[in-house]
Design a protein around this ligand. Sequence first.
Ligand code: SF4
Ligand code: SF4
Length: 319
Amino acid sequence: MTATDTDRPPFLPLTSLDTLWFQVAGTLCNLRCNHCFISCSPQNHTLGLMKFEQFKPHLDEAVQYGVKEFYFTGGEPFINPEIFEILEATLAVGPATVLTNATRFTEEKIARLAGMRDASEYSLELRVSIDGFSPETNDPIRGPGTFVQAMNGVRMLVAAGFLPIITSMRSWEIHQDDEFLREFKARLAEIGYTRPRMKLLPSLKIGQEAKRDHGYGKYEFVTEAMMVGYDETQLLCHNSRVVSDRGVHVCPILVDKPDAKLGVTLRDSLNGYRLRHQACITCYRFGALCSNAGSLEGNRLARSGSEANPALGTTPTQN
Ligand code: SF4
Ligand code: SF4
């Protein structure tokens, strides 16, 4: 291998298809957060809402491939008018996790979710994005009033017996993690959520986040040489794919990038992908433990998502 070869972006094969994401809300969201790495908003129609009739053939194909778990994201999944039918169909065949901003919940919607959860032999998880422990720390990122709305959503979920995973993108220095978690857990306890499950996420320097903070540096990308001795199973794209209303893409992070669309069916997407985008460096550094298992549970304080402890890191996904 020459030096030039080792500078190339590495090709990552799909080793198995264990996890399937559905971009059920496309790039549409009721919010327009200034850190959103696919720049979702009420007006971003790059990817649209998935209709049930678009979703179901992919679910059926996923079952044939032995997919073990399903994630739903956007945009905001609960702006999709068919989200409940989509979740019901999913919970008949496997566990489901929905990533939400929790600003659209009502008592009726939560009761419906609880009914689905109780009727299924598989789990239904909710992941709620809140980026600060107060209106002063959250709302400048997610919009006016969103802290109160999201915490009210969490309160209703907890009252219905859910244990939502609270996710926050780190917009502070790593050494402030413990302080952030301590403050946030105190606020969650006030609404009845003791021993909360929490995830801290590194930021992806693309989309709106590249404008809010900064983009990647010139030399921040993954090379073939960097993959020598690296555990590829840390990367989300080694065992998962994402489906949108436009087809099948390599991962939720690159879902709006034209070259990340791999085809129309899951079968089209089984060949692997060359990690040519700079966002791949964030996965490389932090691991892509996008599954729910990476959350901090109970009262344990740890540096999730930090370079100091990459085993606890997670690759951020919307919502
Ligand atoms: S952004 Fe992450 S999950 Fe997506 S292709 Fe790159 S390494 Fe894989
Ligand atoms: S970060 Fe989530 S809630 Fe905010 S605009 Fe993006 S998809 Fe919507």
